[in-house]
Design a protein around this ligand. Structure first.
Ligand code: SF4
Ligand code: SF4
Length: 117
């Protein structure tokens, strides 16, 4: 069954949920003078992902499993990291541009997690 529009179109200035062609995308993060620092999660993919390996893979415990408005289990970013995710993720960011080596991205075989910077 196709999932409907996310009811919380905009929860706050830091959390933006949009319906795109590829599914519901939850963006967590912030922007400042240095740029935009958002982690995007395709929660439609999470709803189909039974084991949710990204949760255990993240050394900073950035992700948590929640039940969304459609009673699907999806991933969200825990509140404490949303306004500092640029710094939380800094130790994981590869210097050679190989984003697939980041623990969360490597654990997610579906390509549901993307970083904006
Ligand atoms: S591993 Fe990927 S698809 Fe599975 S819950 Fe995590 S982000 Fe979603
Ligand atoms: S880049 Fe590292 S700290 Fe950031 S969400 Fe992924 S695994 Fe967690």
């Amino acid at each position: 069954m196709p999932r409907r529009w996310w009811k919380k179109a905009r929860k706050s200035n830091h959390d933006i949920f949009v319906r795109g062609e590829v599914g519901v995308i939850a963006n967590y993060g912030f922007k400042d003078g240095g740029g935009e620092f958002y982690v995007s999660i395709n929660t439609d993919m999470c709803a189909e992902c039974a084991d949710k390996p990204c949760v255990a893979a993240c050394p900073e415990s950035v992700f948590a499993v929640i039940e969304d408005d459609y009673e699907d289990e999806v991933i969200e970013m825990v509140k404490e990291h949303r306004k500092k995710i640029k710094y939380t993720c800094a130790p994981c960011l590869p210097t050679d541009g190989r984003r697939n080596a980041m623990p969360c991205v490597a654990a997610c075989g579906k390509g549901a997690i993307k970083h904006s910077w």
